[in-house]
Design a protein around this ligand. Structure first.
Ligand code: ATP
Ligand code: MG
Length: 248
């Protein structure tokens, strides 16, 4: 049996008359890099929000690492080890890069471990430094977040998510608004993070997805149109029509 870190089954969610997610099932093996793609409004962000507890499903079930997390709040889900990096930047713009990451690290640590205050501060600082090093932001640690380039702000988003030591990382369009150079660097970073972290990502740029994902779920009008590896997605005629040719 495959070791699944996430299993979302039969998810359903409507907003008024819009059936944003219609009977979607998603199974993510531990260690994998899975992508969700689809045209604008196809339900990608809603699907993520159903998984992370930002939105309650009308029907269906979400299991994270063997636990039923359906309908749980994001705060609770995050404490269980699931982190999300947002499509919209959530950094504190007036705080430094270091402070932004330290706050995330501290919140996560304090929620499940009782440190002696002195140990706690030292270990949080060390963890923050490690995260900044890994994400490639160590040289910007004293920069006020609001003064970072757009690419580095998105990197900081990632650092904040990583600071909570997640076992599953959800990325909603990590390369949105990035230059080609920044996009390439982010792809490399995501690949590197995937060495010891399961990643589920939404991505708009088809070339990014085809070069990085092991498995791809294609959403169309709230339903799973297709799921397969990059080669199969490239070869699938309906996906071509709906997505690749841009006739959305
Ligand atoms: N809170 C909400 N209230 C009303 N309608 C919503 C809400 N959230 C999403 N929708 C609708 O649900 C559908 C799916 O939206 P969603 O944001 O999940 O799509 P998406 O695939 O992430 O799109 P994009 O590529 O633009 O990010 C859309 O028709 C959207 O207008
Ligand atoms: Mg979206």
């Amino acid at each position: 049996m495959t070791d699944l870190i996430l299993r979302a089954a039969g998810l359903d969610r409507s907003f008024g008359g819009i059936h944003a997610i219609n009977d979607v099932t998603l199974e993510i093996p531990r260690g994998s890099l899975h992508a969700v793609i689809g045209p604008n409004g196809s339900g990608k962000t809603t699907l993520f929000n159903l998984i992370t507890g930002h939105t309650r499903p009308d029907a269906g079930r979400v299991e994270f690492d063997g636990h039923d997390i359906t309908g749980m709040s994001y705060a609770k889900v995050a404490r269980k080890g699931l982190a999300k990096s947002y499509q919209i930047t959530t950094v504190f713009p007036l705080l430094t890069v270091f402070e932004n990451v330290r706050i995330a690290a501290q919140t996560a640590t304090h929620s499940y471990v009782f440190w002696r205050p002195a140990d706690g501060i030292t270990s949080v600082v060390r963890h923050t430094e490690e995260v900044l090093e890994r994400i490639g932001l160590a040289h910007e640690r004293e920069t006020v977040a609001g003064n970072l380039s757009h690419g580095d702000q998105r990197r900081l988003d990632l650092a904040i998510a990583l600071a909570t030591s997640p076992r599953l990382l959800l990325l909603d369009e990590p390369t949105a608004g990035m230059s080609p150079t920044e996009t390439d660097a982010t792809i490399e970073l995501v690949r590197e993070l995937n060495r010891d972290l399961t990643i589920l990502m939404i991505e708009h740029k088809m070339d990014v997805i085809l070069s990085i994902a092991e498995r791809i779920t294609v959403l169309h009008q709230g339903e799973t149109l297709f799921e397969g590896d990059p080669e199969a997605v490239k070869a699938h005629p309906e996906v071509q029509e709906v997505y690749l040719t841009g006739s959305l």
